[in-house]
Design a protein around this ligand. Structure first.
Ligand SMILES: Cc1cc2nc3c(=O)[nH]c(=O)nc-3n(C[C@H](O)[C@H](O)[C@H](O)COP(=O)(O)OP(=O)(O)OC[C@H]3O[C@@H](n4cnc5c(N)ncnc54)[C@H](O)[C@@H]3O)c2cc1C
Length: 422
């Protein structure tokens, strides 16, 4: 008979008759028997709590990760170093080589770097550059490094490249899982549909970042994909006198614009942002129907603040540049539901990275919000495996929701880092 069966039988007996009643009854008639009974009961209680403790301590999860972008791979690294994960399966719809070719640049701030270093990510081994405690690299290069780290960790890991996570895969997992507690972390990016496939609501909450912005991008195919630190110009004054008298009014007391150049030399991104204010220039840039106004601002500003290694934007290039027509409101959208318990399948779902929150404007910092979200995932896994009752499981999910909300609130407070004072 197993220790679990013994424990269950003893529990049943005690519950049926009432432990104290049994002890009282026995002690009045046979003192020795009473002592023996008390000892047996004490042993039972000690055995049962030890058994429960060991069971809790040893409970492990099988983890599925959907998407091997920066967030999916980082999740896999966290899980590979977690003693409570028995198996990791990572699904990525793209072939492996396509991942490493991703050209766009990511910039990582101090907090993300600190977090990633704690996971053994070695920034000295990644091609990129530093400026003001920030690290700049290509997404593809970064993913390649994350994958190398992951392979060095001694984990039970299976990566399925070129394999899209679908409803059919989900059904076969449910069939083979035998009700064992499992977890799926969805990191399938801004266009991913896995969360809705798993039954999570597709409702998004839109929040204003209290700022307006415009963007332009310039592809210079003769340049290499070299990571470049951003150039940022705060308190940027716009002289739009060439576009008519209504732009001319000086507003020196109002918060002013921020102009930024970032991305690799091959793919240059230019942004113009400004906190919401009643400035006349901002109002004009929000309603202008003349698409050449913003284009002209980007061309002139780039030519003034470009690095010494790059050429000015010519008039011909300016015409071919992708460019916002006017300044639009910068908004953060995030999923109303980003964790779930699928009771029938005994599965926990957590949605992370761009799949759960994005902004409609490339400030160059979005990826860091994804890492902020992952800061709670180690504890989340521990708490799930420790939760032996449904109430505790729900409490653990609630904690994760609270953390996600904190990430959003912090971003809305500081994320865009647009100067508030002029
Ligand atoms: C043009 C551009 C420029 C950018 N510039 C910057 C910048 O300068 N600085 C910065 O910080 N950030 C920048 N970003 C943002 C940054 O790239 C993202 O924030 C980051 O990649 C998000 O990581 P993620 O892992 O959440 O999602 P992603 O990187 O999008 O990864 C999602 C992965 O999931 C896979 N996938 C999707 N569906 C499935 C499925 N059903 N099954 C299996 N796999 C699936 C996809 O193939 C993809 O590999 C830029 C983004 C773009 C598009």
């Amino acid at each position: 008979m197993s220790s679990e069966q013994t424990a269950n039988i003893l529990t049943e007996c005690i519950e049926r008759q009432g432990m104290m009643a049994v002890a009282d009854n026995l002690s009045s008639h046979f003192p020795e028997t009473a002592i023996v009974t008390v000892v047996v009961v004490c042993c039972f209680v000690a055995t049962k709590s030890t058994y429960e403790y060991i069971k809790k301590r040893n409970r492990k999860l099988d983890l599925i990760i959907v998407g091997s972008g920066p967030i999916g791979l980082t999740t896999a690294i966290i899980a590979a170093q977690h003693s409570r994960i028995s198996k990791i399966t990572l699904y990525e719809s793209k072939p492996k080589q396509n991942l490493f070719l991703r050209p766009q640049q990511i910039s990582l701030d101090k907090r993300s770097i600190h977090f990633l270093k704690s996971l053994m990510i070695d920034f000295n081994a990644i091609e990129g550059c530093w400026q003001n405690d920030r690290f700049y690299t290509r997404v593809g290069t970064f993913q390649e490094h994350l994958l190398e780290i992951l392979k060095k960790l001694d984990a039970n890991l299976e990566i399925k490249f070129g394999c899209k996570f679908t409803g059919e895969i989900m059904r076969s997992i449910s069939k083979n899982q035998n009700k064992k507690l499992g977890m799926i972390v969805v990191c399938d990016g801004v266009r991913g549909d896995t969360a809705s496939l798993l039954g999570l609501s597709d409702e998004y909450i839109l929040c204003s970042c209290n700022a307006y912005g415009a963007m332009a991008s310039l592809d210079r195919m003769y340049h290499k994909h070299v990571a470049v630190p951003e150039t940022s110009k705060h308190n940027f004054k716009l002289d739009l006198s060439a576009f008519g008298s209504e732009y001319r009014q000086p507003e020196l007391s109002k918060p002013t614009f921020r102009f930024k150049i970032f991305g690799t030399y091959r793919h240059r991104y230019l942004t113009l942002s400004c906190p919401k204010n009643g400035s006349n220039v901002l109002r004009q840039l929000r309603i202008t129907s003349d698409s050449s106004v913003i284009r002209h601002i980007f061309q002139e500003s780039f030519n003034s603040y470009r690095t010494k290694h790059e050429k000015k934007i010519s008039d011909m290039e300016a015409i071919s540049m992708h460019c916002s027509r006017r300044m639009t409101e910068i908004k953060l959208s995030y999923r109303r539901e980003n964790v779930a318990l699928i009771e029938d399948e005994n599965l926990i779902v957590s949605v992370e990275g761009d799949a759960t929150r994005t902004i409609n404007f490339h400030t160059g910092f979005e990826v860091n919000m994804g890492f902020r979200g992952l800061e709670s995932i180690h504890q989340f896994i521990t708490d799930i495996t420790m939760a032996n009752k449904k109430d505790l499981l729900i409490e653990t999910l609630t904690q994760k929701v609270r953390h996600s909300q904190k990430v959003v609130d912090e971003f809305l407070r500081n994320g865009l880092s647009i100067p508030i004072h002029g």
